[in-house]
Each structure stands twice: as C-alpha cells, then as structure tokens.
Design a protein around this ligand. Structure first.
Ligand SMILES: O=C(O)CCC(=O)C(=O)O
Ligand SMILES: [Fe+2]
Length: 338
C-alpha cells in the first residue's frame, strides 16, 4: 500500500542513489556461524552447564549482537499459529486490511513505513505494527478481527515472549557479573512490547530494492520469529554481511539500540537488513522489548566508572528518536553518542 499516489513506483523503491550499493547476488554471501543458545541450559540446575551456556551468550552479545535461541519454552503449535494467523491477515482483500490502516504520523497499525527523505528508498514490505504490552497500551482498533483468532493468538504469543525476555535479560546481567534483575529494574513499571508483523511480497526486481533496508532496532531486545522456509535476513559483523540461517522453532534474538546504550556499548545493537525475493513471499514476526517509555535510559551506573566513562547520553522516549531518524535514512543511535 503506497502512501504517495502519483509517484513513480519503481523510483520510490529504488531511489537510484540510495540503493546504488545493493549486492548483485545475495546468495553469494557466507552463512552466519550463528551462536545457538539453549535457554533450558541457562536455567539448568547444573552450575557447570549453566556457566558454559552463559559464556556462549556473552560471546554472542559482544560479537554478533545476536543469536538463535532454542528450547525457549514456546510451543511449536503457538509459533505455527501466529505465523498462520498473520498470513491469513495479509491475504485478506485489501479493503479488509485497510480497516486497520495507520495514520501518516503514527507508526501503529497496518501499512508501510513512512519515508521522510527523497533519497531514502521504501522497503518492499507490508507490515502490521502494534503495541502489545502492557495491555492498557493496546489500541484494539488496529488489531485485526479477521482471522477471528488473531487477537487471542497474538496475546498468547506476547505473554510467552515477555517471559523469555525476562529470562534472557536476567542472564545478560549475570554475564556482566551484575545482579540478575539489574537491567530489568531499569525498565520501570513494566516492559513495553511492540509487535511488528512483516509480510514481504514477491518482488519483480529484487536486485534493485530492499525488503528491509539496513537498520538496527530501537528496542532493548528483539525476538524474531523468522519465516518457516524462506530466508532473507542478513546481519553485519565487522563490515561483512552474513545470511541468517533458519533453525526450526528457534527465535532469532538481537540486541537493539536501547540495550547497547544501557550496557554502555558492551552489547552490540545488531545491524541487519532483509533482501527481496522474486520467487517466494516471506513472513516474520518481530517482538520489540524495551523499557517503559517514560523511563530515562542511559548507561547503567554500575558499568560506568573512571576507566569506563559513559559513551551515550541519558534520554527518554528513544522510540520517538528512532522514528525521527530512521525515515530519513539515518541511524538514531549515532545521535546518542557522547
Ligand atoms: O523480517 C526479518 O527477518 C527482520 C525484520 C526486521 O528487521 C524488523 O522488523 O525490524
Ligand atoms: Fe529489525
């Protein structure tokens, strides 16, 4: 669904200057040698097992800023259901989907992302973006009633992701030798969770457009359910791009900007992108977990001292900063550096 009627569509998605550097053949890139973290081992009563998994987690966070999470306790049937319900929504007739259309100045709802610069290409992506937690922040006008079990499925998935986030963020504090709840205490009254359900239609000119252009997430942590079969996500490490493999039933977890800030740069917000595909459509469900939006976030006090000065400013409402910079093709976290 295109916001700007009358513009040359191919030009909107390519912005020749903006997409000049697209890799000719994305399949030629190497696969990410993905750290795989087993959540059940992080929680293991065997100290040796738990310590070894924590060491792997620490390595993943400081090197890739991302990892695949297995044995996270979310049932395969629920993962399949959220994928199926999402797919059912995106194949509804456009008039039905339009009932949930977002307003131009508000990211919440159905549609495509706003672009605020004529040099920034649009993503080949249709998405539904919803505040899912805390529950009193939900705006049900944007929650599809079709398929009829969509709302219930998304609620169930949200509650599970909330639990997984708590476990992972506690383990992340432990990695740094901090009390388990050190990061969670900085979240304020409650974690905030947004869901972004991405649908990437087949694209007739995948070598010219991006399904999602290079970015890092505004969240503290992102839990991504990838498409069951179709790859496309890539992550950047030391200036090289890697393809993210699909591991059945795993969640792909990445550090977002707010966690990079809170950890004073120790954990790396993962830079990533999605390539377009001419043969297959693709679906993904990203769950963005962040501190309560009213909380001030900044480098965690226990990680700052004379030898490690704060590298980032302390701010509120990072989400809004993100939506000022990203649509102009700029990386918001750069503005946060001291
Ligand atoms: O579709 C994907 O694999 C990634 C989506 C993503 O990066 C996002 O929604 O922020
Ligand atoms: Fe992302």
């Amino acid at each position: 669904i295109l916001e700007t009627a009358g513009e040359d569509v191919l030009e909107m998605f390519t912005r020749e200057s903006g997409n000049r550097n697209l890799a000719a053949d994305p399949s030629a890139l190497p696969w990410m040698d993905c750290p795989v973290i087993d959540m059940s081992l992080l929680l293991s009563s065997s100290e040796g097992e738990a310590a070894e998994e924590l060491r792997k987690l620490h390595y993943a966070l400081v090197s890739w800023g991302s990892f695949q999470l297995i044995n996270h306790g979310i049932m395969e049937s629920l993962l399949n259901k959220i994928r199926e319900n999402s797919k059912e929504f995106f194949v509804l007739p456009v008039e039905e989907r339009m009932k949930y259309l977002r307003a131009p100045n508000d990211p919440e709802g159905y549609g495509n992302d706003t672009v605020l610069s004529r040099n920034v290409p649009h993503n080949w992506n249709d998405r539904l973006y919803l505040n899912v937690y805390p529950e009193d922040r939900r705006r049900l006008v944007f929650w599809p009633q079709n398929p009829s079990d969509f709302r219930g499925t998304l609620h169930e998935f949200t509650m599970k992701v909330k639990e997984v986030n708590e476990t992972i963020v506690q383990a992340m504090a432990r990695c740094l030798g901090l009390e388990d709840n050190s990061f969670l205490e900085e979240y304020g009254e409650s974690v905030t969770i947004q869901a972004r359900i991405n649908h990437y239609p087949k694209c007739p000119f995948p070598e010219l457009v991006r399904a999602s252009r290079t970015h890092s997430d505004a969240s503290a942590m992102t839990f991504l359910l990838q498409d069951k079969q179709v790859e496309g996500l890539q992550v950047l490490k030391d200036d090289n791009w890697f393809k993210v493999p699909i591991i059945p039933n795993a969640l792909f977890v990445n550090v977002g900007d707010q966690m990079e800030i809170m950890s004073n740069g120790i954990f790396k917000s993962a830079v990533h992108r999605v390539v377009a595909n001419s043969e297959k459509e693709r679906l993904s469900v990203a769950m963005f977990c962040s501190p309560c939006s009213e909380m001030e976030i900044g480098p965690f006090k226990k990680l700052v001292n004379e030898n490690q000065p704060p590298l980032y400013k302390t701010i509120k409402q990072y989400g809004q900063i993100f939506f000022q910079y990203h649509p102009k093709g700029e990386r918001p976290i750069t503005s946060m550096k001291i």
